[in-house]
Write a protein that binds this ligand. Structure first.
Ligand SMILES: CCCCC/C=C\C/C=C\C/C=C\C/C=C\CCCC(=O)SCCNC(=O)CCNC(=O)[C@H](O)C(C)(C)COP(=O)(O)OP(=O)(O)OC[C@H]1O[C@@H](n2cnc3c(N)ncnc32)[C@H](O)[C@@H]1OP(=O)(O)O
Length: 214
């Protein structure tokens, strides 16, 4: 499977979004035997907010007041959208977003594709191209889509546009997520945080659903 940066799905017969420049093949490019699985039957309905996977997550946690508090929405296919407003707190250069913050926003959005597949997966590799600077106060409209799956490996790509879905592209990303079992979190996480997470019935139920419905 090549042309991995092509947004998926593009309705057949429509012109679709403009093709970005073709990137060289890298470990985040889906190989030829990658498949595009069906959207999971219990995936969030198109247009609905996916919700935070963990209330203290730096990317999406509503209780993480210094975090990005991103709100990601499910798309029609294996795709999601998110919006993020760059705050003065996120500066790298004067009046400009820090590149690492933009990558975090991309990571969070790409990671949310897990919900469409009902798979718990962590970022193994994340590549990004910074195409244009993003001023403070800008709204970054992010779209991400699955480009292929091989076994535990989930390939995906995304782009962030300034001002809205038709705005100029500021960042592109390609990533490889690796499916993990819940033990990944319970084995490696700080014990007090794991205990608190396991004591949260909603989180536990949500997380377990992934494991029994891979
Ligand atoms: C009870 C509480 C639960 C709380 C959690 C609740 C819900 C969670 C559920 C879902 C989350 C939902 C949304 C998430 C949204 C956003 C979150 C942001 C995501 C992140 O921010 S997450 C943090 C950063 N992330 C890490 O902290 C990972 C650290 N890392 C590891 O934990 C291991 O490294 C791991 C697991 C990645 C792999 O380890 P492993 O032992 O399981 O597997 P292995 O190494 O065999 O790799 C298998 C195949 O992937 C290939 N492969 C692996 N890594 C590669 C690389 N980098 N480049 C190219 N290929 C790679 C191999 O080459 C092999 O390929 P092949 O099968 O072909 O040989």
């Amino acid at each position: 499977m090549t042309g991995s940066l092509s947004p998926n799905p593009t309705p057949q017969g429509s012109a679709g979004p403009a093709e970005p420049p073709r990137q060289p093949l890298t470990p985040t490019s889906p190989p030829d035997d990658a498949v595009l699985p069906a959207r999971h039957p219990e995936a969030p309905a198109p247009g609905t907010a996916i919700g935070s996977h963990y209330v203290h997550c730096f990317g999406c946690g509503p209780q993480q007041t210094g975090g990005l508090q991103m709100d990601v929405r499910a798309g029609e296919g294996l795709d999601v959208t998110a919006e993020f407003v760059v705050k003065p707190l996120h500066q790298g250069g004067p009046g400009l977003a820090h590149g690492g913050i933009l990558v975090t926003a991309m990571d969070e959005t790409l990671g949310s594709l897990n919900w469409l597949l009902h798979t718990a997966a962590v970022t193994g590799r994340l590549e990004s191209d910074f195409v244009r600077p993003v001023p403070v106060d800008s709204l970054l409209h992010i779209r991400a889509w699955v480009t292929g799956v091989v076994g535990r490996k989930i390939y995906c790509a995304g782009e962030g546009r300034i001002g809205g879905p038709e705005g100029p592209v500021a960042i592109r990303a390609q990533a490889l997520f690796i499916q993990v079992k819940l033990e990944h979190f319970t084995t490696h996480g700080r014990p007090e945080d794991i205990k608190a997470a396991l004591d949260d019935p909603d989180l536990f139920k949500r997380a377990r659903a992934f494991e029994v419905n891979p």
